[in-house]
Ligand binder design. Structure first.
Ligand code: ZN
Length: 335
């Protein structure tokens, strides 16, 4: 009897144990992700405290000695974020060896870096678009890489974040799409399109010609066949290509055949450089809608073409000058 009771007790205990949830397994150690606070450090009160040497470069616009920084020869995969506000600035894929003793990149993460020509016009300063901390200078036309651009950045202005943390952990949205539009003088095209909600970054440049790395003088001299264009990155979660394309049509005279406004010449024609078949279908649909309204669009529908960034003094022209375009204006056309 005692035996049977013990057996029953064991059985009951076994059943009771089975009903208990399995004890949680300890999770393997993960690298600490940057905190949400780090990813959205918009206010100066949230920024990282700087050492005197960091302050000399980042606030005082100083330069570290060539070859002395932490990252000039650093090749690990990952991201470089702002030392002061942790905003993502550069990707290791865009880093190249220029043998100059400072980290060199031929592209920034779209929208992350502000470019300002020095007062004497000789160089273009680059600063963090979020906190305006000094990064270094950007140079074009040196021929180091196909993008022909060198962001020469002080190591001390940045902090490296390993790729193991992933894009979203460092607050990077790499899920942007590209669009390229031509509507006359690219200063005016950029002025409007860069303000469209969902546009992450814009660059004035040249496309559609036959010469490598054309200059403004060559394009204006009609030697290269290029059009003045604006290349942009937009966030498809915030806007659609169709909305952007409608705005493009609504901000210039797409019926003009010989240029735009007072700017006459083949470099000022209205054109769309479609990056894929979907974009082409959107543009053809909108052109059909314009024709149905009795309008006569002269806009060329072209395929993707090599984009050459224009000289830095053409970038953000009207915003830097504090003026507005003479050749572009908004008028509502689409419903
Ligand atoms: Zn910053």
């Amino acid at each position: 009897m005692k035996h049977q009771f013990l057996l029953l007790l064991c059985l009951l205990l076994a059943v009771a144990c089975c009903k208990k949830p399995a004890p949680a397994q300890p999770t393997p150690a993960q690298p600490p992700p940057p905190s949400a606070k780090e990813v959205t450090m918009n206010k100066p009160s949230e920024w990282n405290k700087l050492t005197p040497e960091e302050e000399r470069v980042i606030v005082g616009k100083g330069t570290e000695r060539a070859g002395s920084g932490e990252y000039w020869n650093h090749k690990a995969p990952g991201y470089y974020v702002c030392r002061r506000c942790s905003a993502p600035l550069y990707r290791s894929e865009d880093k190249f060896d220029s043998h100059c003793g400072w980290p060199s990149f031929d592209a920034e993460i779209p929208g992350s870096v502000k470019k300002t020509p020095d007062a004497d016009g000789s160089r273009t300063e680059i600063t963090c678009a979020r906190c305006d901390g000094h990064l270094g200078h950007v140079f074009t036309g040196e021929g180091f890489t196909a993008k022909n651009t060198r962001h020469c950045v002080n190591s001390i202005s940045m902090k490296f974040v390993s790729a193991a943390l992933g894009d979203t952990q460092v607050g990077i949205n790499l899920d942007t799409q590209k669009a390229v539009f031509a509507s006359g003088c690219f200063w005016g095209t950029e002025f409007f399109l860069q303000k469209f909600p969902g546009v992450v970054s814009t660059t004035c440049g040249y496309a559609g010609g036959h010469k490598e790395n054309p200059t403004y003088k060559e394009v204006c001299g009609h030697e290269t066949g290029h059009l003045e264009v604006v290349e942009m990155e937009f966030d498809p979660k915030k806007t659609s290509y169709e909305a952007l394309a409608k705005f493009f049509f609504e901000t210039h005279d797409f019926e003009q055949k010989n240029g735009q406004g007072p700017d006459i010449g083949p470099q000022y024609l209205s054109a769309v450089f479609c990056q894929n078949e979907e974009q082409k279908q959107v543009i053809e649909k909108l052109i059909a809608q314009l024709k149905a309204k009795g309008l006569k669009p002269a806009t060329q529908v072209r395929g993707a073409d090599k984009f050459w960034p224009a000289e830095t003094y053409h970038q953000d022209y009207y915003d830097r000058k504090g003026s507005t375009p003479y050749c572009h204006a908004y008028r509502k056309i689409f419903d």
